[in-house]
Design a protein. Structure first.
Length: 344
């Protein structure tokens, strides 16, 4: 058995966990999921969980942790209990929802699950990767919203969860395409995950600025193809994507800046503007008849949101099957959140 400490958006995390085809699921504590899988080698690929590992019985801890000099645990009482019962040498306290480099480098973290079961953490989310992509690249701007690297990672996995176990699909030949490439967030994740990448945008200056930097990053995979070209999403595509199995992972601009005092009338106008762009985007998806798309749309906190229904209606009109992940991605202090939609 295995366990996962879910991220702040648990429904999105569970959607991504379909990648490992989790079975026999239980939730011993808030934010923790126990499950079984025959695809344990895919667990390190997950982006939407804070940490994962194996589930063991308390009586087995002494043997499994015999060579570990220091243990991290969540509370003092449990630490003292384990010193008495399984003879752990030394322990420190750690928050279950945090990751710490010292833990990963010098010891083991264990989690008290339920009924004498413990989790031994084997991998953590790749914070260093996300920080490098979100804040390390030189070509970025606040004039447009930037999709977080962690979210792009999860969106790629959400699509893979639907098709990776399909024997007829050659995942290694997959090419990820972002028609709103902007500063190259999706492209860097695609390259890190060993996929070819094609990106386009009406402006590619930020992506080009990041070209040199990405090659110096330790997360760069040199053997995979990367191509960037200028393209207006309102216009038909050329032949840049011919003979490729395409997965579209993208986020267009989330609309004009929204403040707490932005009027409902302006929010409605913003949604109409975004809808027109996404209609063009969906036409390009339709043009790539073999393509699948995972993308975000803006969700306005505390406002009437018509955009998801309008996009869904338009997909029906042009014969594209679409589904939405119910949970929205956002923070309490943000006025514009994100909703993930999937076309297949």
């Amino acid at each position: 058995m295995y366990f996962a400490v879910l991220w702040k958006n648990p429904e999105i995390s569970r959607e991504e966990l379909k990648l490992v085809q989790a079975k026999e699921i239980s939730y011993p504590k808030k934010g923790i999921m126990i499950f079984d899988t025959k695809y344990k080698e895919l667990l390190p690929q997950l982006g939407g969980v804070i940490k994962t590992g194996i589930v063991v019985k308390e009586k087995d801890l002494q043997e499994l942790l015999a060579d570990v000099k220091i243990i991290w645990i969540q509370n003092e009482a449990n630490g003292k209990h384990l010193k008495r019962t399984v003879w752990i040498r030394r322990y420190k306290l750690v928050d279950i929802f945090h990751t710490d480099k010292e833990i990963k480098n010098k010891g083991k973290e264990i989690i008290n699950l339920e009924n004498g079961l413990y989790g031994i953490v084997e991998q953590y989310q790749n914070i260093e990767l996300y920080e490098a992509i979100d804040f390390g690249k030189p070509g970025r701007s606040m004039e447009m919203w930037m999709m977080p690297a962690k979210l792009a990672h999860m969106m790629i996995n959400i699509w893979l969860a639907k098709f990776i176990h399909d024997s007829e699909l050659d995942i290694e030949k997959l090419c990820i395409y972002d028609p709103f490439v902007w500063s190259w967030t999706t492209g860097m994740l695609a390259n890190y995950m060993w996929y070819d990448f094609v990106g386009s945008d009406i402006k590619t200056n930020y992506a080009q600025q990041n070209a040199t930097w990405r090659k110096t990053s330790k997360f760069y995979t040199p053997d995979k193809e990367i191509d960037i070209f200028k393209h207006d999403i309102t216009q038909p595509l050329g032949n840049q994507l011919e003979d490729k199995d395409i997965l579209i992972v993208s986020e267009w601009r989330l609309g004009p800046i929204v403040m707490k005092n932005t009027s409902s009338q302006d929010i409605k106008k913003f949604q109409e503007q975004v809808l027109q762009i996404y209609k063009s985007f969906l036409e390009r998806v339709k043009e790539l008849w073999s393509a699948i798309a995972v993308f975000t749309i803006p969700y306005y906190a505390g406002q009437e949101n018509s955009l998801e229904k309008d996009i869904s209606d338009y997909c029906t009109k042009i014969e594209l099957a679409i589904e939405a992940i119910p949970e929205v991605y956002g923070r309490e202090w943000q006025q514009v959140w994100r909703k993930i939609l999937v076309i297949q």
